[in-house]
Ligand binder design. Structure first.
Ligand code: PLP
Length: 357
């Protein structure tokens, strides 16, 4: 008798729910923190030329050297520090978790935060400890210190700004976590373009700090490219876990070309930040809606009945993310990505009608 999934697949994997990506064809898609703007016509024409000439019959440059140089410049990686590239920052989270997952190793994060930290720790066979944030979504200093002391985590993940709450944790507290953690601290700065603050300059000061970035929220989610910056001594070890050729030929060429024109992306981020302000003000005016401050390209807001409002909005063709039920602090919370002015107006109209229905 052959065995089935119940006997073969690890218990903790069978207990997981797969990362859900809802169908969004034809909808106003404001659920995944994508940049709503396309690239300008001339840059798209350059990309078409570059793609046409790409040597797709060859494996990509395993070191992605040209792209790494562009990323180092665009992200302001300090001299003496290196970058490790991933097929999205999701893959870098996986590389990190696999590399530290000795038997009994703990990976620590805050809750609520980016769900892939916990999921990937589980894939890797590490124990994940989530430290609850305060009601205002800031790090609870006492709880964090106690958890670090008790669990001695091999790795701490902090998203800065945090997803799904949108806020930046207090800078001194983040520094304190880095100073007191016994192992690695990875600051996930996926939303850096909308916050303007970074720990990247402090890499030379903190031996145990790595800073992770992605181009996904900048406008290149389709390319799947993330970067981990830090001391070569760490990255050399982590690079062993990365699969060879993980950054494909087209991603290497196209991302490098767009980064050479990264003012386009900075301008788009500026427009998104302006719209974020307008959206926040409009949300605050709606009865029964409480938007939270955001330093990212999305806004978390609370309503009286998130599941009902989410369903009603979906029927009206607007897709946001419903976070109700995922954590006590997110009861009746929805998260909306900042879209174009037109999309945001459609979202506000759909929300107003769904609240009244
Ligand atoms: C905090 C955070 N880190 C990483 C990611 C994933 O980024 P990527 O598209 O580079 O895998 C996300 C995506 O939502 C995120 O919110």
């Amino acid at each position: 008798m052959t065995k089935g999934p119940e006997e073969i697949i690890r218990d903790e994997i069978r207990a997981l729910k797969a990362y859900h990506v809802p169908p969004a064809a034809g909808m106003v898609k404001l659920d995944a923190m994508e940049n709503p703007y396309r690239l300008p016509e001339d840059l798209r024409a350059n990309i078409a030329r570059i793609a046409a000439e790409a040597e797709l019959n060859r494996y990509p440059d395993a070191a992605a050297a040209a792209l790494s140089d562009e990323l180092r410049r665009a992200f302001g990686v300090p001299a003496g520090m290196d970058v490790l590239l991933g097929n999205g920052s999701d893959e870098l989270i996986q590389v990190l978790a696999l590399a530290v997952a000795r038997p009994g190793a703990v990976i620590l994060g805050v809750e609520p935060s980016f769900v892939m930290f916990r999921m990937i720790a589980t894939f890797a066979g590490a124990r994940y400890v989530g430290v609850d944030l305060r009601e205002d979504f800031q790090i609870d200093a006492g709880r964090m210190a106690a958890a670090i002391e008790r669990h001695q985590p091999a790795l701490v993940f902090l998203a800065w700004p945090n997803n799904p709450t949108g806020n930046l944790f207090d800078e001194d507290l983040v520094a304190h976590v880095i100073e007191t953690a016994p192992g690695l601290v990875v600051l996930d700065e996926a939303y850096h373009a909308f916050a303007g603050k970074s720990f990247i300059d402090r890499l030379p000061r903190y031996r145990n700090l790595l800073v992770m970035r992605t181009v996904s929220k900048l406008g290149l989610a389709g390319l799947r490219l993330g970067a981990l910056a830090g001391a070569p001594a760490w990255l050399e070890q982590l690079a062993k876990v990365r699969l060879p050729y993980n950054i494909n030929v087209l991603t290497q060429l196209i991302a490098a070309e767009v980064l050479r024109h990264d003012r386009v992306l900075t301008e788009q981020a500026r427009a998104i930040k302006l719209e974020r302000g307008r959206l926040h003000e409009a949300l605050a005016l709606l009865p029964g809606v409480k938007p939270y401050p955001s330093e990212a390209n999305f806004i978390l807001f609370r309503t009286s009945n998130a599941e009902r409002v989410f369903g009603a909005m979906k029927e009206r063709g607007v897709l946001v993310k419903c976070l109700h039920g995922s954590h006590r602090l997110l009861d009746n919370c929805l998260r909306v990505t900042v879209g174009t002015p037109g999309e945001n107006s459609e979202f506000l109209t759909a929300l107003e009608r769904s609240l009244a229905a």
